[in-house]
Design a protein around this ligand. Sequence first.
Ligand SMILES: Cc1cc2nc3c(=O)[nH]c(=O)nc-3n(C[C@H](O)[C@H](O)[C@H](O)COP(=O)(O)OP(=O)(O)OC[C@H]3O[C@@H](n4cnc5c(N)ncnc54)[C@H](O)[C@@H]3O)c2cc1C
Length: 481
Amino acid sequence: MAENYDVIIIGSGPGGYVAAVRASQLGLKTAIVEREHLGGICLNWGCIPTKALLRSAEVLDHASHAKDYGLVLEGKMSADVKAVVARSRGVSARLNGGVGFLMKKNKVDVIWGEAKITKPGEIVVGKSSKPVVEPQNPVPKNVKGEGTYNAKHIIIATGARPRALPGIEPDGKLIWTYFEAMKPAALPKSLIVMGSGAIGIEFASFYRSMGVDVTVVEVMPTIMPVEDVEVTAIARKQLEKRGMKILTSAKITKVEKAADSLTAHVETADGKVQQITADRMISAVGVQGNIENLGLEAVGVKTDRGCVVIDGYGKTNVAGIYAIGDVAGPPMLAHKAEHEGVVCVEKIAGLPNVHATDKGKVPGCTYCHPQVASVGLTEAKAKEAGRDIRVGRFSFAANGKAIALGEDQGLCKVIFDRKTGELLGAHMVGAEVTELIQGFVVAMNLETTEEELMHTIFPHPTVSETMKEAVLDAYGRVLNA
Ligand SMILES: Cc1cc2nc3c(=O)[nH]c(=O)nc-3n(C[C@H](O)[C@H](O)[C@H](O)COP(=O)(O)OP(=O)(O)OC[C@H]3O[C@@H](n4cnc5c(N)ncnc54)[C@H](O)[C@@H]3O)c2cc1C
């Protein structure tokens, strides 16, 4: 007889496993199905291992500039890429094990295999189509296996995979996706990065720090195209100063492969085509939802442009079937997935006052050097939306802590509604801004006004003081510039 659950979640990424923990906390009998690795892309191939790689890059960057800090480190600094990758994989493995522990602690059953929805309320778990990577991501102990399972509520949390451009498909050898880029056996001498979104620019930053000759090709007029143009202009300047080549309004139209290198044909806005030869290329042109082979068509779940269509609580058009995270559409970020998971499960459990996910308040962070972080509307988007705005800015060059850190190239920019004082957006580039942006996220969530922000005391000396000064600047009251 099929086992019955209140909730079955398909996929154990940050959306799925966090939803499972919350469902269990709410007294719902819960199971999670996973076919490859506990923790999903985020823990195994995304957020976490990239941050471990970028930390190695940061330490190397600092060590290489030791002289600027009055320190003498003898000899040329260099990276042992095998050890750098091993550290990154070790960090992932630790967290992957942590998800197994959380499932056990919260009495969530783990079912190992590939799930398909056969009808509302029923899934069949078959053999996984994905290899398990031993010993790093072993199949956890005491998992349930293939079979039919019933649940009142089924949550699809199957995530996303790399998108490929026709004719320039990744081959795993010369053209890499993030999987190959995450664990190079050796460093290429030269690298083309196609696409300058968060994933592309983070890898570009990492490989540049490792001494690789990096060229970024971006089809849009600016790098990190969803970010505020003023912020990305500063980031670009800094990345170029580090020796990165960046082409914007430029499109790779064709790639010719040789035995151990490739040549990209790059068309620029003026219609000219230039050829760039490099050892390897990373294709970072976005991701697409894992909606295939889940039985969605048979049960009638609506999809749009490769993602499941949901309301603000994760409900699909079919009763009892929900979706969260990357498979439910952009922004494709781990914290959005987690939040959607919690909202979805709390709604299922019938908690009062559950608020729909507000995608306008999802922060975005890019951990390149310099870091970029933002929340809310860019200046251009605010204007496009017809908002009457006030803009404030504060440069890191006037911030004592940033100067002491030796990281005085940065900006904090804030956008307020002129009439109401509502904080519409905040955009930062520079040291540690990915840790700082949360101050503005909290402010936005609490619907804080400019007055309240101006009367908040920020610790000195911190880079966070740029946040207060930017707010003061928007109202003509800046103190330190
Ligand atoms: C290189 C890189 C860096 C990133 N950095 C960041 C970052 O710094 N910050 C950030 O917020 N986001 C980052 N992301 C994005 C982040 O990884 C995703 O937004 C996040 O993983 C989405 O979580 P999810 O739960 O929706 O899906 P996923 O993490 O993709 O997990 C889905 C899981 O479902 C499983 N699955 C799929 N189909 C089935 C099936 N039929 N049966 C059983 N199991 C199935 C998969 O095996 C997978 O484990 C990064 C992504 C990449 C690629």
